[in-house]
Design a protein around this ligand. Sequence first.
Ligand SMILES: [Fe+2]
Length: 420
Amino acid sequence: MISAKSIHRRLIVRLLAAWLAISLLIGGIVFFMKMRDVDEFVKNLTFNETRALLDDKKDYINSTNPKDLDTLKKMMAEHIMKGHFVLVELYDKSKNRIVDFDAKGSEDVENYIEKHKETHILSYKARYNRFYFEKNIYIQIFLPLYDKESNLIGHFEGVYRVDAKTTKDITRSIILSLLQVVAAMLAITIILYPIILSMDKDLIKLSRDLSEANVGMLETLGSAVAKRDSDTNAHNYRVTLYAVELAEAMGLDAGEIMSLIKGSFLHDIGKIAISDNILLKPGKLTEEEFSVMKTHVGHGYDIISKYNWLKDAGDVVKYHHEKYEGTGYLSKLKGGEIPLNARIFAIVDVFDALTSKRPYKEPFGYEKSMQIIEEGRGTHFDPQIVETFKKIAKKLYDTTSTGEEAFLEDTLHKFVKKYF
Ligand SMILES: [Fe+2]
């Protein structure tokens, strides 16, 4: 049964996953927009300083007087010492480099640019690109220079380093924005949780009712077949209890155990289709009668396979009379071909037949029953499962084999509650 607890857990997991996904998505968009703002901001910083740097120097660029060039170099060097440019190159209109200035300590970034970036792009359009190097933001700028009459008079190429405080402010602003997104999404998730949970209440109740109806139907079907050849459900209860205990000892997961419970309780459901003169015959069945009796596994499978919720009981219903060496019926499967739940059930079904009273025999004691199980190891039964069964068989024999029907029913209901 889907419990309220598991629905709450699933809801929390899904809401957290949604929170994470939306935070990543919106965080990504915010980050992208922030970076666009940063780009614009540092681009403006760079262009403003470039403008200030070149403002009063354009007249000197194409001068043929060597003194003018010296003055230009001197003026630029002075300006660069005070500003943020770490690399500066100036070209005249004939694309001759007339100024090449590297700020002190800029060797590393210069090497990095040589290796990873384009340089000396002397085109008619301004270009810039932003990059990070050793925790600093840099802007590389390529700028064609024009006079007042819009004639090209040269080219400027520079690398601008955003100062540490500005870089820190930018980084802090980006982190703050992302944290705000994450916090806002978390707040929305927390607000949504009780709203969705309250909507889930009806779903939980519906799911419980459905599960109870399914279990009730399982018991009704099991009782229906038990009434055909016995007065009580005791055999069905016992084999189901044995099977669950054995499966738990083998470490099967909850889903497999749930299928095993259904299969065990309904293992002989196909006997509904066997006529009374064969099913209730007091003496030994003839060969022909026995071959009819064998068909109960197929009839059982036909009955349960039509209902989706019961389909997984099919392994036990269809294959519980298979034998490990391949001599069982009806499919004559061998060893591992026989589904695990059917191999488990085969042992407990025989164990219950041995330890119970039948019209043709008194119950066998524990020792004799286990001796017969042991003899069937590797021929009738899976030897590994027999090994595990031997560890728990005495406890099962003492607590369950002689238990009253009411006690067995009660115990089984505890398992049903645990697994459904
Ligand atoms: Fe059977």
